[in-house]
Write a protein that binds this ligand. Structure first.
Ligand code: SF4
Length: 389
C-alpha cells in the first residue's frame, strides 16, 4: 500500500488576519521550543510506524503549516532522513514544502533541493501590495516574484502558487477588483507557475477579520463578482496550458498535486505534527475494511512532551463510500467508477442511483463514464457534497 505523509510546522512570523490554521506567532516561540517540536515530530513518527505493513511505501510528502520555511532547513532535512531510514520513499515521490515570501533565501531553497524536496508551494495570495497589507501578510508583491525567481534558480521546476479570490473590503481599503484578481493569476502564470491554487476567502470565526465583519468594518465583495472572478481563473489558466482539475486547483497534466489527490481519492495518509490527521486501515490485514481517522493533539505543550493523542474515529465501509463520492466530486473528472468498484465491490451508479439522478435532474451533475459537476454544479458544489455527508 502507498501512503502519503503530511508534516505540520505550526510557526509563522505573525498571524494573518483571516487565518484560523493551527499556527503561532513566532515571537511567542523560543528556538528551544522549535527544537523540542522537531524532536517530538521524530517521536510521533516512531509511534506511527506500526501502522505500516512490511512492503508499504510512501509516495508523497507534504510539509505544510504554518510557515515551514521559517525554521532552519537542517530540522527538515534531519526529519526526512529519519523517515527515509525507516520506510521506502519511492524514487519519484512528490515532496512538497510550503514557503512564504519573505522567509526564504537562495541558500535555504538550495538546501531543500539537497534534501530531496522537489515541489514548492508559494503562499503568494495576491500580487497587489494594498491587498497584502490589508490581509496582514508579512510580504509585498516584489517579495513574491523574488521568491519565485529564487526557487527557479535553486532548481525547482514544479512550483505552485496560492492565491486568494474575493478579498473583502477591510476598513477603508476597497475589496479586490476583477482586474486585480486577473492580474494576480496572470502574474504567477507569467513567472512560470506550473500549478495554482485559488481559494475563495472564508471568514472564519474567531479571526480578527471575522471581528471586523462583526463591527461593520469589513464587507464581502458582491456574490456575482466573486463568481465572475472564479470563472475567469479557469480561462486565464487555460491560456498558460493549465486546466482546472479540482474546484480550486489548476495544473498541467503532469503537475497535479499528487499529495492532495490522495485526499480527494480517499487514499491512506499519515499526519505528523500538531493537530495533524491520519487516515488508514483499522486492521492492517484488511485494507478493504474499516478505516481509522485520527488526529494529534492541538496543544503544543502536550505535543512537545510526546502526548500526541487527539481524537479518533472508525470510518465504516459505508461511510468510506460516501466520503469517496463527496471528495471525488471535488475533482473535475468526478469520482472514479472503476476504482470505486475495485475498492467497494459495486458501482456507485447503482449504489447511489437515486441521489445521482436527483442531482442530475437539478443540473448539478452530469454522467458520462463517471459522474461529475456541471458548470452550475461548480457554483453549488456544497449542495452536491451535502448528499454524501
Ligand atoms: S502565513 Fe499562512 S498559516 Fe501563517 S498566519 Fe498567515 S495564513 Fe496562517
Amino acid at each position: 500500500m502507498n501512503y502519503g505523509l503530511y508534516i505540520h510546522i505550526p510557526f509563522c512570523v505573525k498571524k494573518c488576519i483571516y487565518c484560523d490554521f493551527l499556527s503561532f506567532n513566532s515571537c511567542d516561540i523560543h528556538e528551544k521550543d522549535k527544537y523540542k517540536y522537531f524532536h517530538a515530530l521524530e517521536e510521533d513518527w516512531y509511534t506511527k510506524l506500526n501502522i505500516f505493513n512490511p512492503g508499504d511505501h510512501i509516495d508523497s510528502i507534504y510539509i505544510g503549516g504554518g510557515t515551514p520555511s521559517l525554521v532552519d532547513p537542517f530540522y527538515i532535512d534531519t526529519l526526512l532522513r529519519v523517515i527515509k531510514s525507516d520506510i521506502y520513499v519511492t524514487k519519484n515521490a512528490e515532496i512538497t514544502i510550503e514557503v512564504n515570501p519573505g522567509t526564504v533565501d537562495i541558500d535555504k531553497l538550495e538546501k531543500y533541493v539537497s534534501s530531496g524536496i522537489n515541489r514548492i508551494s508559494i503562499g503568494v495570495q495576491s500580487t497587489q501590495d494594498r491587498l497584502l497589507r490589508s490581509l496582514g501578510r508579512i510580504h509585498n508583491a516584489s517579495d513574491c516574484e523574488e521568491t519565485f525567481k529564487m526557487a527557479k534558480e535553486a532548481g525547482f521546476r514544479n512550483i505552485s502558487c496560492d492565491l486568494i479570490l474575493g478579498i473583502p473590503q477591510i476598513k477603508n481599503e476597497p475589496g479586490q477588483t476583477f482586474e486585480e484578481l486577473c492580474e494576480d493569476v496572470e502574474n504567477v502564470l507569467k513567472w512560470g507557475a506550473r500549478h495554482i491554487s485559488v481559494y475563495s476567502i472564508i471568514i472564519e470565526e474567531g479571526t480578527p477579520l471575522c471581528e471586523l465583519f462583526e463591527r461593520n468594518k469589513a464587507f464581502e465583495i458582491d456574490d456575482d463578482l466573486e463568481r465572475k472572478m472564479y470563472r475567469a481563473v479557469s480561462s486565464l489558466a487555460k491560456e498558460y496550458y493549465l486546466s482546472q482539475y479540482e474546484i480550486s486547483n489548476y495544473a498541467r497534466s503532469d503537475t497535479k498535486s499528487a499529495h492532495n489527490m490522495k485526499y480527494w481519492k480517499c487514499l491512506p495518509y499519515i499526519g505528523l505534527g500538531l493537530g495533524a490527521a491520519s487516515y488508514y486501515p483499522a486492521d492492517k490485514k484488511k485494507p478493504q475494511g474499516d478505516y481509522i481517522r485520527s488526529s494529534n493533539t492541538r496543544i503544543i505543550t502536550d505535543y512537545n512532551e510526546f502526548y500526541f493523542k487527539g481524537e479518533s474515529e472508525i470510518i465504516s465501509v459505508e461511510e468510506q463510500m460516501n466520503e469517496y463520492m463527496m471528495l471525488g466530486f471535488r475533482k473535475i473528472s468526478g469520482p472514479d467508477g472503476r476504482v470505486f468498484k475495485k475498492r467497494f465491490g459495486c458501482y456507485y451508479h447503482d449504489k447511489f442511483k437515486d441521489k445521482l439522478e436527483m442531482l442530475a435532474s437539478k443540473g448539478l451533475i452530469t454522467f458520462n463514464e463517471n459522474a461529475r459537476l456541471t458548470k452550475k454544479g461548480l457554483d453549488f458544489a456544497n449542495e452536491v457534497f451535502r448528499e454524501f455527508v
